[in-house]
Write a protein that binds this ligand. Structure first.
Ligand code: NAI
Ligand code: MG
Length: 398
């Protein structure tokens, strides 16, 4: 078998740390690959005016699989401030390299699994009958449309004539905003296409079918956002009826879903949503299984086979320069497992997940977040495991 080449994208801050830990685990588990490093992140914005250089795009195009740590993003003005002096005159505007990757490669399918590990002290618990404490098992996977909707980037402040005039053709706009001075208006669009909507819906149903989930829950707001959410709901009903008669389609509103997920999270299995609501609901469920130290993700384009795998957390700059790193590497390691699944290395993925589960169940090695401490350098003295120590424990189980 030919050896794989994986493009490793460390990015910034703790992204660099956790990525190296995940690679140590992959190596030990017997995944044979060459790693080639792709430049991405803040440093490249500051020095080159582009946080996602073309050479990185080319690497991913060639090798197809990216394993990504995290990046630092800053607001527009701060980004401009930190740009190298010779680049300041060039009219460069910062934009997120992650969103850039998604859009460039059409990584429109985002999967975010949230399943609880036995013995994780951060698992969601609730009071049952007679004051008993229940710890329902959460096993949810969110399919988030990753390229359109509110994150599509089609937006204006003080909109230009053509846009303003177009808006003024809508009676609701005239009624609700017609008297507002144009320079006081900011507009962000929510555009859904049938093609991308169908792809994310089918990805969710296919997953439910393959892994035996009995339902797919569409989590949008079709009663209020009638055009986009409404279209998605209508399409979901058609697709379910035509091709997935054995899987139930449930329809929840995002706001209600955020309430129900802390009442009866065990009821849900596969969830599908547009870009923003998918982002929100996946963070909600991640909170039930341990938070950012455990939240992993895959984003890919099934047609090209290009995929980028990353933890949902960011670069956590305040922890980046600790002499001994304290952050939890599990979200990154789980993301690497999703990469393995994507390239059909399921056995190695299963082996790693089993090792992680054993370490958590044993409860001897826990990072600061698992001990409910606030993150400070002295957490190690107080008994928390360092990032490396947690990785070592997982490796020992392998
Ligand atoms: P963050 O996810 O970097 O950190 C928030 C907090 O979550 C941390 O202070 C820490 O308490 C906790 N945390 C994060 N990762 C953890 C881990 N592995 N183990 C234990 N605890 C962990 O989000 P924040 O502070 O809002 O953003 C920091 C930078 O990261 C910003 O520049 C932001 O734009 C960027 N960001 C990048 C993302 C990405 O690369 N995908 C996603 C989110 C934020
Ligand atoms: Mg998020």
């Amino acid at each position: 078998m030919t050896k794989r080449t994986i493009v490793k994208l460390p990015g910034d801050g703790i992204g660099k740390t956790v990525l190296e830990e995940a690679i140590r685990v992959l190596d030990t588990a017997g995944f044979e690959a060459d790693y080639i490093e792709g430049d991405i992140g803040w440093e490249f914005w500051c020095n080159e005016g582009n946080p996602l250089p073309d050479r990185t795009i080319k690497l991913i195009e060639e090798h197809k699989i990216g394993l990504f740590g995290a990046i630092t993003s800053k607001p527009k003005d701060a980004a401009f401030e930190e740009l190298a002096p010779e680049l300041k005159e060039k009219g460069l505007v910062y934009s997120s390299p992650i969103v850039g990757l998604r859009q460039h490669f059409g990584l429109d399918i985002c999967m975010r699994p949230c399943h609880s590990y036995k013995g994780n002290p951060l698992n969601f618990v609730r009071r049952g009958q007679g004051g008993t404490i229940e710890e329902p098992e959460v096993d949810v996977i969110i399919f988030r449309q990753n390229t359109e909707g509110l994150y599509g980037g089609v937006e204006w402040s003080n909109p230009p004539d053509e846009v303003y005039n177009a808006l003024m053709t809508h009676p609701r706009f005239v009624k609700n905003f017609g008297n507002v001075p144009r320079e006081e208006l900011s507009v962000s669009t929510r555009i859904f296409t049938k093609k991308a909507t169908e792809r994310i819906l089918r990805a969710a149903f296919d997953h439910a079918k393959k892994y035996g989930y009995k339902s797919v829950t569409l989590c949008e707001k079709p009663n209020v956002i009638r055009e986009t959410s409404g279209m998605m709901y209508k399409m979901a009903m058609e697709i379910q009826k035509a091709d997935y008669p054995d899987i139930q389609l449930w329809n929840t509103n995002i706001d209600a879903q955020m309430m129900w997920l802390t009442k009866n999270p065990e009821t849900y299995g596969v969830i599908v949503a547009g870009n923003m609501f998918g982002d929100i609901v996946s963070d909600g469920f991640a909170g039930l299984i341990g938070g950012l130290g455990f939240a992993c993700s895959a984003q890919f384009n099934p047609d090209s086979g290009i995929g980028v795998f990353e933890p949902t957390h960011g670069s956590a700059p305040k922890y980046a320069d600790y002499d001994v790193s304290i952050v939890n590497p599990i979200a990154m390691i789980e993301s690497a497992c999703m990469m393995l699944d994507f390239i059909d290395e399921n056995e190695i993925a299963a082996k790693i997940r089993k090792a992680v589960a054993e370490v958590i169940a044993e409860g001897k090695v826990r990072t600061y977040d698992m001990m409910k401490m606030s993150g400070r350098p002295d957490v190690i003295e107080k008994g928390a495991a360092s990032t490396q120590h947690m990785t070592d424990a997982i490796i020992a189980k392998l």
